[in-house]
Design a protein around this ligand. Structure first.
Ligand SMILES: [Zn+2]
Length: 263
């Protein structure tokens, strides 16, 4: 059973970085979820590319539920994820990393719950939508890795894949959001419903519409993604090291019972 799972956005691929990396295939109710399993510091890590293992699927049709079902099936409770996002605030520059602590969900017409029609379900407590214990461990890992990361960030999740209008960016800022993205809220909700511990490290790869001095060019875009992904890998490495020496407390939170099942 893997100790840590990573759901990675595009540009995050742990295959060449894990020891003894090998393909991971997990049957779920709808499909086989494919990824990689390997080790860091002797700790088993399961890696699942959020957008699928072939041609990347756009955010509104990602099979978020199957990814979470695969982790439940593996018995993996600690889930670290990435999300590449746009900033709503000029005070949060390109290539910043933020450990999300809140979100606002504007998605529609996509999977939105781990619970299927006809199955037992619960009402998930989302007061603190990201695991407080795993957040602490992730911040400690970032510090040890020498990676600068904001301990807070409010992420507004929108349908995508299009970018926002100038008016939308202004509105999301007024609502309290720091970042705009298309993905991680959907799997954060499902993870909480499934009783998993889940955190997201968000990397800023674009300025929201109307905030930048010039339009994003392809080189900046790819360099920002590469830079964020590289620092995320350093955090995972330190988190695995902390896990290997027993410094990660995986029992001090309420995630496992946050969505008590109705009977
Ligand atoms: Zn937790």
């Amino acid at each position: 059973m893997p100790n840590i799972a990573v759901i990675g956005s595009q540009d995050v691929d742990l295959y060449e970085w894990l020891d003894d990396a090998r393909p991971l295939v997990v049957p779920t109710r709808d499909k086989e979820v494919r990824g990689t399993v390997g080790k860091l510091h002797g700790v088993e890590i399961a890696f699942i590319p959020r957008n699928g293992d072939g041609v990347p699927r756009p955010p509104h049709v990602i099979d978020y539920r199957s990814n979470i079902e695969a982790l439940v099936s593996l018995g993996c409770r600690q889930v670290l994820t990435t999300s590449m996002a746009g900033t709503v605030r000029t005070a949060i520059p390109l290539r910043s990393l933020l450990l999300l602590d809140q979100f606002i969900d504007f998605t529609r017409n996509r999977q939105f719950s781990y619970f299927r029609d006809g199955d037992p379900f619960g009402f998930a407590d989302m007061t603190e939508p990201f695991c407080p214990s795993l957040r602490e461990s992730t911040l400690a890992a970032a510090e040890k890795a020498g990676v600068d990361i904001s301990p807070y960030g409010c992420y507004v999740c929108v349908p995508g894949p299009r970018f926002e209008t100038r008016a939308e960016v202004r509105m999301y800022g007024q609502l309290g959001a720091d970042l705009i993205g298309h993905t991680t809220v959907t799997d954060a909700v499902m993870a909480r419903e499934a009783g998993l511990c889940f955190v997201t490290v968000a990397g800023v790869i674009t300025m929201g519409a109307g905030l930048g001095e010039h339009a994003m060019n392809a080189h900046e875009w790819h360099e920002s993604r590469r830079s964020c992904a590289q620092r995320f890998r350093l955090i995972v490495d330190q988190l695995a090291h902390a896990t290997s020496i027993g410094e990660v407390d995986s029992n001090g939170c309420g995630c496992r019972s946050a969505a008590p099942i109705e009977r």
